[in-house]
Design a protein around this ligand. Structure first.
Ligand code: NAD
Ligand code: UD1
Length: 303
């Protein structure tokens, strides 16, 4: 199979690309290297790296012409970045998605997987959040991710594109870049722990997330590529367990034997307090949930 992985040089994309290549697929990576890195990708004759932007209609059309399937991961992944720059992030997170869907409609792409996000639920009264839970996107990032999901539904119904929207909860693991204040919290915690520097916890540290090990997510996405029975599907990808930042700190300290220095600051604007996935759909569809226990995932991350 020829698979186009947008954002393939990024954290999640590089794990997905690596697995696809290991299984003998031809992989095209389209990435503008805004946060991704070329060196995240394995050297392989099966992998073709194209530095470019999903906002470039002509380039996107060329890539889709050769592809049997698309795994669309390219986006500005930071919720905070979207709060700081709604219009700029919209171009990648929404316009780029629509470009891809249009190119798929005009070519022979048979399967389209999309990285949606738990952020679209916002703050909910009842946990865990089911896919049917009322949506409450609190940030430009969440609005764009949800709009993309709605468009997938439209292209599935109108044009028969076999789409799946996966609402990822918080993904962590090796190659998540800790270098920006916008980076994922586990990557920042691990980096500060190993370097002995202090990290800032925004809020009281009691906020929770449903953390998923990246290897489990990559397996799931690759497995779902061949599914012909999922068109128009929407699904949470979480473990069904929530962990607070304070518990995460303790887990990292117990795995490493080191102490993480923290200071506390005000909560971030638009930040969600508690997050946890209902996993019934995932279990019904795949017969399993992501299995890597958090301490094992943290051990892999610390190396
Ligand atoms: P990442 O920043 O490591 O990966 C995103 C990749 O997309 C990067 O390689 C970046 O260079 C590329 N990119 C960004 N804008 C682009 C553009 N306009 N054209 C081409 N390439 C572009 O982040 P990630 O954590 O690997 O996230 C991957 C996807 O999963 C994103 O869509 C993100 O919103 C989504 N997601 C991530 C999480 C998480 O916890 N990491 C959770 C939910 C959803
Ligand atoms: C993350 C993802 C987003 C995804 C969403 C799904 C990243 C960068 N963001 O957003 O793509 O759609 O999960 O649920 O991967 N925090 C600190 N100190 C820090 C950094 C963060 O206290 O230095 C706090 C934040 O305020 C927040 C929590 O940690 O309360 C998690 O933050 P973050 O890792 O940025 O994730 P989300 O905002 O949940």
């Amino acid at each position: 199979m020829n698979v186009l992985v947008t954002g393939g040089a990024g954290f999640i994309g590089s794990h997905v690309s690596e697995r696809l290549v290991a299984l003998g697929n031809q992989v095209q990576v389209l990435d503008n290297l805004s946060t991704g890195k070329r060196e995240n990708l394995p050297p392989s004759e099966l992998l073709n790296f194209q530095e470019g932007d999903i906002r470039d209609q002509e380039l996107v059309a060329e890539c889709c012409d050769q592809a049997d399937a698309v795994i669309h991961l390219a986006a500005v992944a930071s919720v905070q970045a979207s709060v700081d720059d709604p219009a700029g992030t919209h171009q990648s997170n929404f316009d780029g998605t629509l470009n891809l869907l249009e190119a798929c409609r005009k070519s022979d792409v048979k399967r389209f997987l999309y990285a949606c996000s738990a952020a679209i639920y916002g703050d909910t009264e009842v946990l865990p959040v089911k896919e049917e839970t009322a949506l409450n996107p609190l940030t430009p990032y969440a609005v764009d991710k949800l709009s993309g999901e709605y468009y997938l539904g439209y292209y599935s119904r109108q044009y028969g594109l076999n789409t799946s929207s996966f609402r990822f909860f918080n993904i962590y693991g090796p190659r998540q870049d800790p270098s920006s204040p916008y980076s994922g919290v586990i990557s920042i915690m691990a980096d500060r722990l190993l370097s002995g520097r202090e990290m800032t916890i925004f809020g009281d540290g009691k906020q929770t997330r449903d953390f998923v090990y990246v290897g489990d997510l990559a397996d799931l996405l690759v497995e779902s590529l061949a599914r012909t029975d999922m068109s128009g599907s929407i699904m949470n990808v979480g473990t069904g367990k929530q962990t607070s930042l304070l518990d995460l700190k303790s887990a990292l300290e117990s795995v490493s034997g080191k102490t993480l220095k923290v200071s506390f600051d005000d909560p971030r604007k638009g930040d969600i307090k508690f997050s946890c996935a209902a996993v019934t759909r995932l279990v019904t569809c795949f017969g399993k949930v992501p299995t890597t226990p958090i301490k094992e995932g943290l051990r892999e991350l610390l190396g």
